[in-house]
Design a binder for this molecule. Structure first.
Ligand code: ADP
Ligand code: ZN
Length: 679
């Protein structure tokens, strides 16, 4: 009798055993089957098949009567799924996530019959094919070094924006495609701009497939089958695209590998970069990580020769780096007041804007905050407005309503302070919407557009903004970090970073790294196509803390120097990449319960640590209230486990979670391995 061990799509820690009935003997490892689970039918993937004698089964498996597999989904080829199973098991173990739920990510969103050509305009534009550039010597060297060995190895391609990284990827993909293999290009959702897709389309034409979250289920299903069945050769997409089981995968590229958004922040909290590296390892193909500001984790791996570092040091052609001017807002704000400007509009920025508008250049103003202002405050009593569900101040939008950026709570804005009933509430801080209004006032003739999550709801909106930028129908673009990524406009020659400070004071050991990246990325938008004999692009960086290290190093465009500085600090505290962190978030609608369970979990952790001397290198931090204590009505505590011994910490957590029966159903313990977000 044959028994299949199946990862069933349900929150279960282990594989379940089912009997393979006579009529389904052709089931193999990798088959997608349906099985009875409780009173329902569930899908699952066959991970193992064992032959056994029937008596043995009855004693087995806690005396459960084994049930039979009820059907097989013959649309999928088992062989294709099978290759991906060791990787799926690794993810489930590493991130402490139910294996059946991880395995279910291998399925397309809809059934195959949904794969009908829709009448909608395709997400991939029809463009004329272009021939590859002749690579410059730096590009050529890297191309050769990588293509020399097409087995598993990790390459870190470090090059400033515009240095020609994408061109290297394109040519490597071209090479593997010629050899009949397939390629996977991953990048953060936010960087998947129409400009980038169109660049790939120009090279790979109808061999290109695309998967990201803004496509409809039908579109994703279509693109999924296109690549799985071999009609297409190159898949580009956001992190979830890596779960599409590609036959004969020959190269994985993770671009903008430093982006925190590669880490999924809900359900399976996997890091797209790290899981992509493991996929390359299991499928034995090279993995390239690209960035102008590599994550310090990857950089350290490079320094230790676990990854091979390749440098692109120059911008392609003669384009030169922009000229950066720092404005100390502490000093400039008085002059701004005299001129009748808000504090964030310095005289230098105003003058440069005027000059650039006269010269017919485009301008981008960047502020990492939506809305009119961060919040409102009563000058009489200091009362501020907080979201009733979250531990977060409400943001003022359009002068008349207050919104919570976490739970989307809305209320109308009342001038009179609800607390002291005397003062009149005033805006505090500044958001993109307020910037837009003020800039319109100061530059009435300029054509202004705003890009943030309020204005840009979908792909088409973004496309129309890009088109308008390209056609120079916009003079000034105002935006949040949405404009700091991937956009490339020849006439954009002035970038203003209105308040570079936002982010420095976050309670997060990566805040310096993130600020450095942001400053570098934003200034990379300016003057990308300036020729040697032309005026270079200009960046005006405004800050209250010009002496901050991340600003100082960013000004000198000294990535390696800042990495060394920051990594040294992290080493002293065993922060990643030197140590590993696993966080537990304990969350409940009931304050006392959240608190109690957090304490209990901490107690169990300390007891486990003390029970075995081998756990000596494990550090337990907390429990403490999370920096954002309440979100959507949930009270949140956190407990961190940290250690230099990376294998030991997994073992520790596994043992700690061995039995979760003591946790009431009204409280959740959420595990985050290698957390990016500690708020
Ligand atoms: P990155 O990915 O590092 O930002 P890109 O690959 O996008 O850099 O290159 C920047 C610009 O230079 C692009 O417009 C690209 O088409 C062009 N480019 C890249 N490599 C070459 C080359 N070898 N010859 C000419 N132009 C190139
Ligand atoms: Zn809220």
């Amino acid at each position: 009798m044959k028994i299949a061990k199946i990862a069933v799509e349900a929150p279960l820690k282990t594989l379940l055993s089912y009997i393979i009935p006579e009529e389904l003997q052709f089931i193999e490892i990798g088959s997608i089957v349906s099985v009875p689970l409780g009173r329902r039918q569930a899908r699952g993937v066959v991970f193992e098949i064992n032959t056994t004698v029937s008596e043995k089964i009855e004693k087995d498996d806690n005396s459960f009567q084994l049930k039979e597999v009820s059907g097989i989904d013959q649309e999928y080829s088992a062989a294709m799924i099978k290759n991906y199973l060791p990787w799926i098991s690794w993810i489930a173990e590493y991130y402490f996530y139910p294996i059946g739920l991880v395995a279910s990510l291998l399925f397309p969103p809809l059934e195959k019959k949904a794969k009908k050509t829709s009448r909608k305009k395709s997400a991939i534009p029809l463009v004329e094919k272009e021939i590859p550039f002749k690579m410059n010597p730096e590009q050529e060297t890297i191309y050769q070094a990588i293509s020399q060995n097409m087995n598993f190895s990790v390459h870190l391609l470090y090059g400033i924006t515009g240095s020609g990284k994408t061109e290297v990827y394109l040519q490597l993909f071209d090479k593997i495609m010629q050899e009949g293999r397939k390629g996977l290009f991953l990048l953060p959702e936010i960087s998947l701009t129409p400009q980038l897709v169109s660049r790939f389309a120009k090279r790979f034409g109808d061999k290109l497939s695309l998967i990201h979250s803004q496509l409809t289920d039908r579109e994703r299903t279509q693109f999924w089958w296109d690549i799985v069945e071999g009609d297409k050769s190159i898949l580009i997409g956001a992190r979830s695209a890596m779960f599409c089981p590609i036959p004969n995968l020959g190269l994985i590229v993770v671009d903008e590998e430093h982006e925190a958004s590669f880490k999924q922040d809900e359900k399976l909290k996997y890091h797209g970069r790290d899981t992509a590296i493991m996929l390359g390892k299991f499928l034995n193909c090279p993995v390239i990580l690209g960035s102008a500001t590599p994550s310090f984790e990857s950089w350290q791996n490079g320094l230790q020769h676990k990854f091979q570092i390749h440098r692109l040091t120059k911008r392609v052609g003669t384009a030169v780096l922009p000229d950066v001017e720092v404005v100390d807002l502490k000093i400039s704000k008085d002059r701004s007041k005299e001129l009748g400007f808000p504090f964030w509009l310095s005289e230098s920025l105003f003058n440069e804007m005027q000059i650039h508008l006269e010269e017919g250049s485009q301008i981008a103003l960047f502020l990492n905050r939506r809305g009119m202002s961060q919040t409102v405050i009563c000058p009489a009593c200091g009362h501020t407005k907080e979201c009733p569900n979250c531990d977060i101040k409400l943001t003022l939008h359009a002068h008349n309503h207050l919104t919570c950026h976490y739970c989307d709570y809305h209320e109308s804005f009342k001038k009179k302070c609800s607390d002291c009933k005397e003062g009149e509430m005033e805006p505090l801080g500044v958001g993109t919407e307020a910037v837009e209004i003020e800039i319109k006032k100061q530059f009435p003739k300029a054509r202004i557009a705003r890009v943030d999550r309020d204005e840009i709801q979908n792909r088409l909106d973004m496309e129309s903004i890009i088109e308008k930028m390209e056609n120079h129908e916009i003079d000034i673009l105002i935006g949040t970090q949405m404009i700091s990524k991937g956009l490339d406009f020849p006439k954009l020659k002035l970038v203003g970073l209105l308040l570079a400070d936002i982010g420095f004071n976050m309670p997060d050991f990566r805040s310096g790294e993130k600020s450095f990246q942001l400053l570098t990325q934003m200034s990379g938008r300016s003057g990308r196509h300036v020729k040697e004999n032309e005026k270079p692009g200009k960046v005006i960086l405004q800050t209250f803390n010009p002496e901050n290290e991340s600003i100082q190093f960013a000004l000198q465009a000294n990535y390696e120097g800042y990495a060394e500085y920051d990594l040294n600090n992290r080493k002293m505290l065993d922060y990643p990449p030197f140590g590993k962190i696993i966080s537990f978030r304990i969350q409940s609608k009931h304050l006392d319960q959240a608190q109690q369970i957090a304490k209990k979990l901490a107690h169990r952790s300390f007891t486990l640590k003390d029970s075995n001397p081998k756990y000596e290198p494990i550090e337990i931090l907390g429990p403490a209230e999370s920096p954002i204590f309440k979100i959507r009505g949930d009270f949140r505590y956190q407990l961190l486990v940290k250690s230099k011994e990376k294998n030991l910490i997994n073992q520790f957590v596994r043992q700690l979670l061995h039995d979760e029966k003591w946790v009431p159903s009204t409280t959740r313990i959420i595990i985050d391995v290698d957390p990016q977000n500690l708020l």
